[in-house]
Design a protein around this ligand. Structure first.
Ligand code: ADP
Ligand code: MG
Length: 720
């Protein structure tokens, strides 16, 4: 086995660089060249038809078949002119990732290429192999995909890809995008109503998302020589390298040349697809990097993120690299997150989270700002559930990652604004008073994006003109977190609007009604605000005192989806039904169980078939050595000590693996999915993974480097 490691290392040292050139002098020459954009559509369609399409998109409405026929014809011509042969409905099933089934434009019966509106609007993939959490057994066996006209079609390879939602035949959603679209519609409706308290011109509010994607890059040969990376996407063993991230030198260092080539290459592919990638840099851990796009409307931004991950994975192959999106590929190092920068923007172009110099606008800003904090406070558990993934269990609360406790950081300036407003609860406002001045709202500073007032340890932070939800996992589909966030804000804004209306009915002046309700919210949501070090042990204690939950694993976190409080808002805003929520939890728990099972097997196999035999073989060498020393009359104490240590570690590993397998057998008999998932978490993962790992990692330090079968951290992590 050790030969595989050395073979891989040899390959690593002889990798040629892959040179990458821009396909044209400027990015703007080829940006979005593979996207069927609104402009393309406008040029190809009759004005009346185009108007219908754009209105439908704006108002989240259905597009009729005649219009769809026209769009399909235009899309087909555009795609075929660029060499496309196939089309596919591109969707995001609950397995994570994306799925597609390609159909040829060519119709053998008529001998020509065809693409009808009905094929654009709807398709029936064979849904039987996608997870449905029991929905399909109770309802209907088939599902279909339906066109999402709010996200543009694009050409990927030779295939025209049509973003779609995936629904069961009886209408239950089976994907990540469907509920997201509904939550976005809900927040549009609720936020627009609130905006109209201030500005009647506002007709729509859309949520925007800029997901910062972190990732690790490792050499392909080294990756393939680590069965755990191949099978589980993370290393289950591996001693920390002598130099980890304690120097924090990787963050500022220049990007290794092979990775730089890879970045340039995937960025070009992203640009062609209209994905507005912008920022690239090293992250804190060795071999860790980040790519950030310019923000876009949430649904499009999320499609782009999903597509970008696929592009990165494919392009990496060309460079003999592998990209890791797993939340915690390496123990003891920074994990991998996907910071979801989020804001609400009106159709008049106002970012509702950007403070301004106008007092009137600032009351609107404060309204959205305070309502968001209040929403997080009210629905912290739901937000926590929305970021629960098997990988995030390893990341949250570990090195350089937000804790599993939800809290909001707003910075010192905004904190004092809110404190001030809360304190002035008794200020009497008379007719003719300048209310804004009396309350200090006219003094909200135009907050400059100030990097010094940044708290990187908060899971949910206000960063000047947007909120940054940092707890989202690196491999996750942002749609899940974005559905929850936009839903809870929609609900909160609805509550707010209703309260304001009631106050107004009682005769309270509108602005005063708004301010009074905000004051109440500020007071009520105070416990969720935290400005200190989120990584510290003190915060864990303090949070407990405040009654904030610290839910450490996915099975427990998911339970929040089925709390009556959550179900109520999912149903009230038409995002998901109770049944769909149950089905989704079932699917996610099943997936969790499978992941822990796989990891447990990988740990068992690697430990018993690779590590233990290696340790025994090395021990035998030591035994021969000890005997030789004895024959010569030399003291063999030190060698004997090592032999004993190795024995002890082997013992720990063997016992651990044996008991872990017994536990799996027992747990597999538990029929309740939630209980089974929890047992896998607590009685398999938490009980055995670290114990076994600890013994293996100790052996790594004892056994001769020449014999060690697994590629070591220092070899994986220091790419040139
Ligand atoms: P940093 O957080 O490192 O300071 P930036 O301020 O450049 O970086 O933003 C990080 C991400 O946030 C980018 O993807 C950016 O497009 C996005 N972003 C900026 N403004 C908004 C906004 N109003 N809504 C959503 N995302 C935003
Ligand atoms: Mg950021």
């Amino acid at each position: 086995m050790a030969h595989l490691r050395f073979e891989a290392l040899k390959q690593l040292n002889s990798r040629p660089r892959v040179h990458v050139d821009l396909p044209a002098p400027k990015v703007s020459d080829f940006f979005a060249e593979n996207v069927f954009t609104m402009e393309q559509m406008r040029a190809a369609l009759a004005p009346a038809v185009f108007k219908k399409v754009s209105q439908a998109i704006l108002n989240h409405e259905k597009i009729d078949l005649a219009t769809a026929d026209a769009v399909a014809a235009a899309a087909k011509s555009w795609a075929m002119a660029k060499g496309a042969t196939h089309f596919t409905h591109w969707f995001q099933p609950l397995t994570g990732g994306t799925a597609e089934k390609h159909d040829s434009f060519f119709d053998a019966l008529s001998g020509i290429e065809k693409f009808k509106g009905s094929e654009l609007v709807q398709q029936e993939p064979d849904a039987s192999s996608f997870p449905s959490g029991g929905i399909r057994s109770t309802f209907e066996a088939r599902g279909y995909t339906a066109w999402d006209p709010t996200s543009p079609m694009f050409l990927y390879g030779k295939t025209l890809c049509i973003p779609t939602v995936f629904v069961s035949y009886t209408g239950e959603t089976l994907d990540a995008k469907g509920p997201l679209l509904k939550a976005l519609k809900a927040v549009d409706k609720a936020a627009t109503r609130v905006c109209q308290l201030f500005d009647k011109d506002i007709q729509h509010v859309h949520a925007s998302l800029g997901p910062e994607q972190e990732y690790f890059v490792v050499d392909e040969a080294l990756f393939n020589a680590r069965p755990d990376l191949v099978m589980a996407g993370r290393t289950v063993f591996g001693h920390a390298p002598a130099r980890g991230q304690q120097m924090e030198d990787h963050y500022f260092a220049s990007i290794p040349s092979r990775v730089y080539d890879f970045m340039k290459d995937f960025e070009i592919e992203c640009w062609k697809l209209g994905i507005p990638v912008r920022t690239r840099h090293n992250e804190v851990a060795p071999s860790q990097f980040e790519v950030a796009p310019l923000f876009e409307e949430v649904n499009v931004a999320n499609d782009h993120n999903q597509l970008m991950m696929d592009v990165m994975w494919r392009v990496a192959g060309k460079h003999k690299l592998k990209v890791l999106f797993h939340e915690k590929p390496f123990a003891g190092l920074n994990g991998t997150g996907k910071h979801n920068n989020w804001s609400l923007i009106t159709d008049t172009g106002v970012n509702l989270f950007a403070p301004t110099s106008s007092a009137r606008d600032n009351l609107m800003f404060l309204t959205f700002f305070v309502n968001t904090i209040k929403a997080v406070h009210e629905y912290a558990d739901l937000l926590r559930a929305s970021i629960a993934t098997p990988g995030n269990d390893f990341r949250l609360g570990a090195n350089e990652a937000p804790p599993a406790i939800m809290s909001v950081f707003i910075g010192s300036q905004m904190s004092s604004v809110l404190d001030e407003l809360e304190k002035k609860g008794n200020v009497k406002i008379e007719k003719g008073d300048n209310m804004y001045m009396k309350l200090g709202i006219d003094q909200i500073p135009e907050i400059i994006l100030d990097n010094t007032d940044r708290n990187r340890t908060s899971p949910f932070a206000f960063t000047g003109n947007k909120f940054e939800f940092r707890a989202v996992g690196g491999s996750d589909n942002c749609a899940v977190a974005m559905t929850a966030l936009n839903l809870i804000v929609a609900e909160q804004l609805t509550q707010f609007y209703e309260s304001v209306e009631k106050e107004i009915e009682k005769g309270t002046e509108k602005r005063l009604a708004i301010v009074n309700i905000l004051r109440k919210y500020i007071k009520e949501s105070r416990p969720i605000r935290f400005e200190g070090d989120g990584y510290s042990e003190e915060w864990v204690k303090e949070a407990e005192k405040r009654g904030l939950k610290n839910i450490k694993n996915m099975p427990e976190a998911l339970a929040a989806y089925l709390e009556p409080k959550s179900v109520k808002i999912f149903e009230r805003h038409g995002v998901l039904t109770h049944k769909e929520l149950e089905a989704r939890n079932e699917i996610r728990l099943e997936a969790y169980i499978k992941r822990v099972q796989i990891e447990s097997r990988v740990i068992g196999d690697l430990a018993m078939n690779h590590i233990v035999p290696t340790a025994i073989a090395y021990q035998n060498k030591l035994i021969a050595n000890a005997n030789g020393l004895k024959d010569l009359g030399i003291d063999a104490k030190a060698v004997i000590q090592t032999i004993k240590e190795i024995s002890a570690h082997i013992e720990t590993i063997k016992n651990g693996v044996r008991q872990m397998i017994e536990e799996r057998k027992r747990i597999n008999k538990i029929s309740d999915t939630h209980k089974r998932a929890l047992a896998y978490c607590q009685d398999v993962k938490e009980k055995y993974f670290d114990t076994i790992r600890d013994a293996v990692d100790k052996l790594e330090l004892l056994v001769d480097d020449e014999d060690w079968p697994l590629v070591k951290y220092r070899e994986l992590l220091f790419l040139r």
